[in-house]
Design a binder for this molecule. Sequence first.
Ligand code: ADP
Length: 448
Amino acid sequence: MGLFQKILIANRGEIALRVQRACHEMGIQSVAVHSTADAQAMHVRLADESVCIGPPPARDSYLNVAAILSAATITGADAIHPGYGLLSENAEFADMVEAHGLTFIGPSPAHIRMMGDKIAAKAAMASLGVPLVPGSDGQLADIEQARAVAARVGYPVLIKAAAGGGGRGMKVALTSDDLDEAWSVARTEARAAFGNDAVYLEKYLDRPRHIELQVLADNFGSVVHFGERDCSLQRRHQKLLEEAGSPAVTRQQRDALGATVTAALSRLGYRNAGTLEFLYQDGQFTFIEMNTRLQVEHPVTEMVCNVDLVREQIRIAAGERLGYGQVDVTFNGHAIECRINAEDPETFTPTPGLVSAFHAPGGLGVRVDSALYSGYKVPAYYDSLIAKLIVHAPTRAEAIARMRRSLAEFAVVGIKTTLPLHQRIVEAPEFLAGDYTIHWLERFVAGG
Ligand code: ADP
């Protein structure tokens, strides 16, 4: 089977453009889909073909499965790339794509389903020898059980939604006095956001780093990892700045974690791209969840490993072999990504509106993944991510210098963005020392 002729990209913004770029370099035609709010969007302008799939709200357009499948049929696409977010981790969508005789560029629907249920994901990983954050053995039946598990693992604890994502349905109980409230709020939030109020409990770690491992697997049993990303700089459990590699992880630790993870995924029969997320504290990596898709922060890995992860996803989905092994994956220098959001840098309120002028930084080792242009109007309907600024340099210190220089060149005029916040982060002593945990940025933002 050869490569695909035409790929429909079921997404918008920078990631739609990112996938399109890989398609075009591979000689594959791209089909963009868009809402009426995105008729002038860059991912539509640069696509070979485009189809309007509905009105502005995502549920009527980018999440409209019937419209997307019709668009694929009328344009004669042979595969669909879901990007991240939206339908990317929707197992029913992946099933339907396959049922329509198209290829879903991603893992099997069964693996998407398994990892989408965080309780099932943890059980699967535990059975494959991957260490977990201490907590409940599966779903909690009632508050009494939650109380017993919390007493066993020790406070503080987290109540988390089995169907969770985006930091929703997750509540901390610092002491046993908070448990009732955390229990009911997490369940209410989970029911409202995911239509599923199954929850589990984890010990709330007080100073972990968020370390995740990028993996690719083909259909012939080859599984390779591309090292770790440090995504500890978060606000409200949302990542703002990521690095590859982690300033806290040694080469030996990377190799050991990589060996555990690739062995586990190989036994699972996993295919395509995936990311395993861990908390790292006191020299221990403990698994929290797996994402069965391309991630926002994938470019830092691409820069350090000199790999095009989207190209690899497409090749794997087309039935090609990876064609290389772990020894062929090399790690070169250091990369940092800043997520630039259309948000007030102090209050984080979204700031949709007209971008009257746009100037992206450039030069050696600088990459900007963005669908912005001068005169573009950031719509109010979608995610506030408007650009990813990625830098790569031989050392972490040089990468930081390059990031400072690039942030200073970056101009987005007309709307407020989080650029000033990133300028502050890259001057902070803790960041420079690489000495931060998942809790650091929250306090930094609050001015403490
Ligand atoms: P989501 O899928 O909603 O993003 P995750 O399970 O990936 O949820 O967790 C998101 C973030 O929440 C993590 O990156 C980490 O910062 C924090 N977190 C999750 N579990 C724990 C825990 N047990 N202790 C401390 N922080 C946690």
